[in-house]
Ligand binder design. Sequence first.
Ligand code: AMP
Length: 424
Amino acid sequence: MNVLLIGGGGREHALAWKLAQSPLLDTLYCAPGNAGIAEVAECVSLEVDDHTAVAAFCKDKAIGLVAVGPEAPLVAGLADDLEAQGIKVFGPSKAAAALEGSKGFTKDLCAESNIPTAAYGRFTEAPPAKAHVEGQGLPIVIKADGLAAGKGVIIANTHFEAHSAIDACFSGAFGEAGAEVVIEEHLTGEEASFFALVDGETVLPLATAQDHKRAYDRDTGPNTGGMGAYSPAPVMTDALCARVMDEIILPTVAAMKARGMPFKGVLYAGLMIKDGAPKLIEYNARFGDPEAQALMLRLKSDLLPALLAVAEGRLGGLSLDWHDDAVLCVVMAAKGYPGSYKKGTEIKGLDAAGADPEVEIFHAGTTREGNRILATGGRVLGVTARGPDIGQAKDRAYAAVDKIAWPGGFCRRDIGWRAVGRKD
Ligand code: AMP
């Protein structure tokens, strides 16, 4: 089978690396891909926004499955337009991608299905939003309703900050995404992620993970797309995973089906855990980045039949095998990220760093120029290692990081701090 993977980040390199190992695969194409993905797939420069062009490519290359990595093409309806042409897609329809694309939609769905989540209000104008804030405790969370590339969430510590955030949303700071604002109660506890495959009806739990969103050590500095992740998340005991399935994932999948917008793809639940009880913070309609890097290294089974089963609505009866090991991913980013950074700096030592069979170096923002690998993005590499526990996976990942010679880059040195040596 020929497969087309959409995306060009570290998540897509991890998916491509895993798909490339499938005995069912003939040719893997990736649009646009990157220098790392080019090692395992044929990178193609397709205009992903042009759904007609993507469909034509699929027909031309006899693509048996399109796997969509990032959220934007899903929210833009790529899956709908391809499926209308008879092309199989791993990834939800535009309507079902609202679980990620509209925070207000998800909050309403939770309210209707009694899914535990933070109390909230939805607003389309500033005055009632500000009046609502006045009656609430602090801190309070102000969110742009739509996709805002991870930037549309403001945790306000004062009413003044909350009002400023509301004004920022309604004055277009997050573009269209801020046309509606969701105001939420601030939850406390420990955050963790739970991933499951869903074929519209049947749910196959995958694994758990935790990530680090802040740029610098000790979880300080500005928010980023994610500076590292590990799987499994120690806080997610079997009992807690069972509760997440029963109280959050299964009611969501049932509610989506009942609304006539069945969710198909990977459902990624961002959770807050307090006193052993889970609450939903948000849904994503795709794999996390860098969580996918950790998940793919833990997955023993072939990924391709699982993605195909999701696309064909026959997940029932499928099971997946996982390594018992833990996996940890350290993101290396260009100095200055998430602010402005230089492009085109050279990275050396990748072969030596990747020589350990338990280490994979996933590329997120790179290009090849002759024999040289150059950084082209903010987040550039995901150095990912497997080990018998998180501590040993961490030591291996940082041993590999230390072999990479990239003066233009930096990484956090404390990925996994919460999990290493945890006693409970
Ligand atoms: P989201 O984009 O909704 O995942 O929000 C990004 C981050 O903001 C989350 O990972 C949390 O760290 C934080 N966050 C979002 N909503 C809340 C909430 N209601 N209470 C506490 N923290 C939150």
